[in-house]
Ligand binder design. Structure first.
Ligand code: PLP
Length: 361
């Protein structure tokens, strides 16, 4: 496969333009260095230890995962530090996490006394000291306690539990879908960090960040660590948020036109099994951006069929033609592919197995 022309790959195939990916990594490494921000990228996007290693080599202090099984896979990157940005519940998972902690420094973010108690028990039994970030809800309404007394109480409880040490706070501003909307977040995070410190708690790390807010991180009061994930490839949602342009999208799915039987429509050889059914962050209905025909609308999918409306497209498409589609949400698309292809100048330079795909537990 290595050295093969991209034109000879079977479809559907997820391609990663290596020049663009390397530029994305470099841009964020430069940005975080310039602003003194610690970078712990979320590996949920690529799910590939070799790419985690690249992130470490380009300046990341560690990596982030959501699941214990992802942590196990990411040990393969040789990372010196792993943040599990998800409450880990239950003895079996915590036992596995303690085994991960035998190989690298582990920090967990959590939002309940119950999760902290379980982690403390597992850490004591394994004779480990685990760093903890108290999770704050900064507006998404997913995990995280409300700012104010509840957060102070959680942080204090973590601080007192044996086997744990409070490192700071974490939040995920996933509700912010557009560039330039971080002023209220900045006010919130700054005041929360000050309140915790006034309460006598040592808050070394204030960890947040997403791809849409990435290049505004230095404007968020008190933030000193960011965990963007999507930035390594970017996707159509990142474009729609205004955080990148088409030239910054490294990942695309190459598909073949398999039917043009219905006038004004082409069917490509990938549907929900290839792209995922994630809708765009805006109200429009489209499952991806067709690079060769930007006016085309990818309106509908079955498992193996992609329906592309080409009525507004100026060129013709024939059976066997190939198109590249930028997916709405690249993280879930990566989860669907066993192998992905790193390409440069029209040739396959890398083939990566997506080792972290399907790691749910
Ligand atoms: C907890 C957490 N941190 C960081 C990220 C990375 O955000 P993004 O994909 O916008 O870069 C995510 C993404 O879902 C997340 O859930």
């Amino acid at each position: 496969m290595l050295g093969k022309s991209v034109a000879d790959l079977e479809t559907p195939a997820l391609l990663i333009d290596l020049d663009i990916m390397e530029r994305n990594l470099q841009r964020v490494a430069d940005y975080t260095r310039e602003h003194g921000l610690r970078l712990r990228p979320h590996t949920k996007t690529h799910k590939i230890p070799a790419l985690g290693r690249k992130q470490i080599e380009s300046g990341a202090a560690g990596l982030t995962v959501a699941k214990v099984s992802e942590a196990e896979v990411m040990l393969g990157s040789g990372t010196p530090d792993l943040l599990v940005a998800y409450p880990i519940i239950g003895a079996a998972k915590l036992d596995r996490l303690m085994q991960v902690a035998a190989h690298t420094r582990v920090t967990v973010s959590l939002d309940s006394l119950e999760a902290a108690r379980q982690l403390s028990a597992a850490a004591q039994a394994a004779h480990r000291d685990i760093g903890v970030l108290a999770e704050l809800d900064a507006g998404l309404g997913r995990v995280g306690v409300a700012p104010g007394p509840e957060l102070v109480e959680l942080a204090r409880a973590i601080d007192r539990l044996p086997g744990l040490h409070l490192e700071g706070i974490a939040f995920y501003p996933g509700q912010i879908k557009t560039v330039g909307e971080t002023a209220a977040l900045s006010e919130l995070i700054g005041s929360v960090a000050r309140e915790l410190r006034r309460a006598g708690l040592a808050i070394a790390i204030v960890s947040g960040g997403s791809t849409p807010t990435l290049f505004e991180s230095h404007k968020i009061d008190g933030l000193n660590e960011i965990r963007p994930g999507t930035y390594i490839f970017n996707d159509r949602n990142t474009m729609l948020s205004g955080a990148c342009s088409l030239e910054d999208c490294a990942a695309s799915i190459m598909a073949t036109v398999v039917s043009t039987a219905k006038p004004g429509q082409m069917i490509i050889d990938g549907g929900s099994k290839t792209f995922s059914s994630d809708r765009p962050v805006t109200a429009e209905v489209s499952f991806g951006h067709v690079v060769e025909a930007p006016e085309a609308v990818f309106t509908k999918m079955n498992e193996e069929h992609g329906y592309v409306d080409i009525r507004a497209v100026k060129r013709d498409f024939a059976i066997g033609d190939r198109v590249r589609v930028i997916p709405n949400h690249v993280c879930v698309a990566m989860n669907l592919h066993e192998f992905v292809y790193g390409v440069r100048g029209g040739y396959v330079e890398q083939v990566w197995r997506v080792e972290g795909r399907g790691k749910l537990q």
